[in-house]
Design a protein around this ligand. Structure first.
Ligand code: FAD
Length: 485
């Protein structure tokens, strides 16, 4: 099974199991089965009551005023109805629509019903609140301000990666959020989130019948301090930027750092080292003695906190390399430990782990952890870890190309979930606030084109490499196009 088409995603509104469904294996039978106009087949497993609930819930959600005020309305309804009645009403409506159930007994019949109709489930366990405790938001806000005040980078450094410039928007990420948002509270809370993700992996394994693929989804912002992820993003972007300063070309996918470009790059940055010192430094980076260093190898050599990183960080010419304090390194260890624990569990239980893509200021860190830390270790034989590419980003094609090339070159399998992107309004507002260029395509048509091109790019590669793709969309045209390819 090389490809999965995921066609429906449900959002959790309260405690319970969220489920997403997908249909698998593009066979002739599946092609026939996915007739979008054939509502009889599409809704054959639904009772009239289910359909009425769909209609009711989606009609409510078509009113922007209601959606924008949903948190207030929910609070108001709970105050008026009391908890017991409120829960009952929610279960009959929104909760019942989007949540598969509160425990394995409740969700098994739902999964089974879908399965009988050729639709499989992706479980997403969610116990913590979408709306954070007010103190946590205040603290996150003050941490974001302190990160800004104490950053080792200057405003001009941020010109190289303006989307990472810390602002107060990093604090309350629930504003205009269309996806679940995690907030750092304590290390214990991160451990608890990890345990929830582990439950999700185990539950996905327990509810999947033999022969089917089991899936679980996780969000890395649940596993560590926001400021750490921001710093790691700065480290990755700073290292990339340094690569381009020292490479023999501007196309990051094809450029290489050669001994010559390295020497001339150092000179251009006014880093005064003798020829033999420069040769020595180059040898330390070029560990496989190929005399050409790609961006992937470059990023792998410069681990935050290692001697090479510290050396270049101390050079004034490379002011864009952020300082990683001992505390940051400790936090990095904790986050890496947590993701490895989840990935090991996924490996043991044979559950594919999809790591969600989030806001652009977290993405360099998330992508680094997924593609450089997890995939080389766990995707040796098959794509167990899936990265997410957001096609509303202008650099989505480049990112996808780089990831695929890196996986092929390094001999691991690549798993990718293609989405359009869930943070459109937040990203646009954030860019204006930071005075940064808009990272998103300016129109839906461009996003659609990028999505279709990305599907096509993967489909071309799928035939001769060990790549798996999840077309994670509700868009009929995208699903149709994928099936046709
Ligand atoms: C299984 C699954 C997993 C997902 N995981 C993630 C994830 O990890 N990270 C994430 O960010 N999202 C994720 N999403 C959400 C996804 O990114 C989309 O927001 C959502 O699915 C709607 O897009 P669509 O492809 O279904 O189709 P459509 O409804 O056709 O597209 C809507 C999307 O198009 C884009 N768009 C709309 N207007 C414009 C415009 N003017 N300019 C540029 N672009 C525009 C936006 O991305 C918008 O969300 C996931 C969705 C699914 C189904």
């Amino acid at each position: 099974m090389k490809m999965l088409v995921r066609t429906l995603r449900c959002f959790r509104l309260s405690t319970g199991w969220k489920y997403s469904c997908y249909s698998t294996s593009i066979t002739e039978t599946t092609k026939k089965a996915i007739e979008f106009e054939d509502t009889g087949t599409a809704y054959q497993d639904k009772s009239t009551r289910d359909l009425l609930r769909h209609m009711f819930v989606f009609s409510i959600f078509s009113y922007e005023n209601i959606v924008n005020r949903s948190q207030k309305l929910v609070k108001f309804a709970r105050d008026i109805l009391g908890s017991k009645m409120f829960n009952k009403v929610m279960k009959m409506t929104v909760y019942g629509q989007f949540v598969a159930g509160e425990n394995i007994q409740a969700i098994l019949p739902v999964i089974d019903r879908y399965r009988r109709n050729g639709v499989r489930a992706i479980l997403d366990y969610a116990v913590e609140e979408d709306t954070p405790n007010e103190n946590v938001v205040l603290e996150t806000r003050s941490n974001a301000a302190s990160h800004l005040a104490h950053s080792s980078l200057t405003s001009s450094d941020y010109e190289h990666f303006p989307q990472l410039k810390p602002t107060i928007t990093h604090a309350d990420r629930t504003v205009r959020a269309s996806a679940r948002t995690y907030f750092y509270d304590t290390e214990k809370k991160c451990d608890d989130v990890m345990k929830n993700f582990l439950s999700c992996v185990n539950m996905a394994a327990d509810t999947t019948v033999e022969g089917d693929a089991a899936f679980a989804a996780i969000k890395l912002t649940g596993l560590g301090r926001v400021e750490f992820l921001l710093k790691l993003s700065e480290v990755v972007e700073g290292t990339r930027h340094m690569f381009l300063d020292l490479a023999d070309g501007n196309d990051i996918c094809t450029a290489q750092v050669t001994p010559q470009s390295f020497h001339s790059g150092l000179r251009a940055k006014s880093i005064m080292v003798s020829q033999s010192e420069a040769d020595d430094l180059y040898r330390k980076i070029d560990t496989d003695h190929k005399r050409t260093i790609s961006v992937y190898d470059w990023i792998n050599r410069f681990q935050p906190g290692n001697d090479l990183y510290k050396y270049f960080q101390a050079q004034k010419g490379f002011g864009t390399l952020t300082v990683m304090e001992d505390d940051d390194l400790k936090q990095m260890q904790s986050v890496f430990q947590r993701v490895h624990t989840i990935a090991e569990c996924a490996e043991e239980r044979n559950v594919r782990l999809m790591v969600d893509a989030e806001q652009t200021y977290f993405q360099p860190a998330i992508r680094h952890i997924v593609v450089h830390v997890l995939m080389p270790k766990y995707n040796r034989e098959r794509p167990l870890i899936f990265n997410t590419i957001q096609c509303y980003l202008k650099d989505a094609r480049e990112t996808l190309k780089m990831d695929v090339e890196y996986s092929i070159k390094s001999g691991f399998s690549y798993g990718v979930k293609l989405v359009r992107g869930a943070y459109l309004e937040q990203e646009r507002e954030g860019a204006v606030l930071k005075g940064a260029p808009d990272p998103l395509w300016s129109s839906k048509a461009e996003t659609n084109q990028c999505y279709n091109d990305s599907v096509e790019c993967i489909m071309k590669r799928i035939r001769d490499s060990n790549i798996q793709m999840m077309v994670a969309t509700h868009n009929k045209e995208s699903v149709k196009k994928t099936i046709e390819l």
